[in-house]
Structures are given as structure tokens and as C-alpha cells.
Design a protein around this ligand. Structure first.
Ligand code: TMP
Length: 237
């Protein structure tokens, strides 16, 4: 199976058709972005690292019974996924205060939250992905009540699995963002990627950032940091 026509180009990935119905070809790019694309840089090796990290995490999740669109990694920078229609929501889970939550609500970064908080952002670049609630989702017909409930249940299960996976790597999962899609039968499936681009990962002992905050906050080079996450994943295979 080879890659065919380009379907979509995002900030960090390109999506192609394949010869097979319902299967897409994803290419991870060497592009780092922040501030909704306002900050943008070419980072050599990033595509390869995120493809490998995401693939390993989706494989580990399968062992926890959490299914995703992921089929298989086909090269260092590419993977095959099931075709889904993305629900235009960025679903964020927060275990520990950080980032926009800390800023908006004046809660110190690093403060554990009493329970995991799930937030919804409307995935719409033109509007800068605004924070929305379940009423907004229903009123704007972004998803149905049943779909929201399913997404929340899957997200809580995913959080528990990811907390376990990262703890084994001596990593504290602070927060993360995921996206869901509908397959051809309307079933909700975990989609997109799970990588240091989309998670806040702090070293369990030192609280060192092992994620894209290094880039967002101009703290240094992300490549060695992403390599460290991959190294720990490979070590625990
Ligand atoms: P935030 O604190 O900036 O709202 O981010 C929460 C989590 O979501 C963090 O792990 C980074 C991730 N995230 C993305 O993956 N993409 C985005 O566009 C944003 C805003 C956050």
C-alpha cells in the first residue's frame, strides 16, 4: 500500500489517501508550532520522534483495551491510520495545574488537582480554539449528548491508562490534549496523536519539562528532550 493524493496538511502532519478504502497515510513533519501557528520553526528530527512516540503509545494503549485510529507505523516518519471524521473538539485533561489553567485561574503550576478536569475547546483556528462547555457543543451541534458522554468516558479511561504508562517511565502526566473521530459506522475512536507535543510531561524526580513547553517557553532544544521520552518508552517495551 502506498501513499496517494494529499488530503490535508496540518501544522505538524500531512494526511494522504491510500489505495485502500478507509485507510489513510500520515506523515509527521519536522515543524514545531506554538501560539496557534504564530511561532513556527523547522526542527530536524521532530517528525521522526513524534511518529515513533505516538506509535508506541497507541500500541501500549491497545494493551489497556483503548482502541484508536492507529493501524501501524510504516516508516520512521509515517504511519497508517483508520479514516475518521474528526469531531472538532480539542479535549484536554488536567491532572495537575499548568499552562492556560494556571494562568486563567491563578493556580500555581504543579499544584495537583482534586480530580482530573476535562475541558473542551472548539477546534477552529479562526477563533483561536476557544474554551467551550457542553451546552455550547450541543447548541452548535458539534456533538450529541450521547457522543459527549462517550467522549468523556473514553477520555477518563484514557487518562487512567496514560497515567500508568507514564508513571512506569518515571514521568508525571500533568495534562494532555486529544481528539476523537467518527468511523464509517459512527463509532467514536481516539484519533490524532499522543506525544510530547500534546502532553505536559514532567520528570517524576526533577520536575524537568519533557515536552513542547521547552519550545513554547524558549527553554532550549526539544530534540534531546523528545529523544529522552522515546528512550524511556523503548526501555520499557
Ligand atoms: P494549555 O494549558 O495551553 O491549555 O494546554 C493543555 C494541554 O493541551 C497541554 O498538554 C498542551 C495541549 N495542547 C495541545 O496539544 N494543542 C493546543 O493547541 C493547546 C492549546 C494545548
Amino acid at each position: 500500500m502506498g501513499k496517494q493524493a494529499l488530503l490535508y496538511e496540518g501544522k505538524a502532519k500531512k494526511l494522504y489517501k491510500t489505495g485502500e478504502e478507509g485507510v489513510l497515510w500520515v506523515e509527521y513533519l519536522n515543524q514545531a508550532t506554538a501560539l496557534n501557528g504564530a511561532k513556527k520553526d523547522e526542527v530536524l528530527g521532530k517528525g521522526e520522534l513524534n511518529n515513533q512516540i505516538t506509535s508506541k503509545i497507541f500500541e501500549k494503549l491497545k494493551k489497556f483495551g483503548i482502541l484508536s485510529h492507529f493501524i501501524e507505523k510504516v516508516s520512521k516518519t509515517e504511519q497508517l491510520v483508520k479514516e475518521v471524521t474528526i469531531v472538532p473538539l480539542e479535549v484536554v485533561v488536567r491532572n495537575v495545574a499548568a499552562g492556560s489553567f494556571s494562568k486563567r485561574l491563578d493556580v500555581p503550576e504543579g499544584q495537583p488537582l482534586k480530580f482530573p478536569i476535562v475541558e473542551f475547546y472548539y477546534k477552529e483556528d479562526r477563533l483561536d480554539d476557544p474554551l467551550i462547555n457542553e451546552d455550547h457543543i450541543l447548541a452548535l451541534e458539534i456533538a450529541t449528548t450521547e457522543q459527549i458522554q462517550e467522549i468523556k468516558t473514553l477520555t477518563q479511561q484514557l487518562n487512567q491508562a496514560l497515567l500508568t504508562i507514564f508513571k512506569e517511565l518515571s514521568i508525571r502526566l500533568i495534562d494532555f490534549k486529544v481528539e476523537f473521530g467518527l468511523d464509517s459506522r459512527g463509532k467514536i475512536l481516539l484519533a490524532d496523536e499522543i506525544s510530547p507535543d500534546t502532553c505536559r510531561l514532567w520528570d517524576l524526580k526533577t520536575n524537568e519539562h519533557l515536552d513542547k513547553d521547552i519550545y513554547r517557553r524558549d527553554l532550549g532544544d526539544i530534540v534531546p528532550v523528545y529523544k529522552e521520552v522515546l528512550r524511556r518508552l523503548e526501555e520499557k517495551e
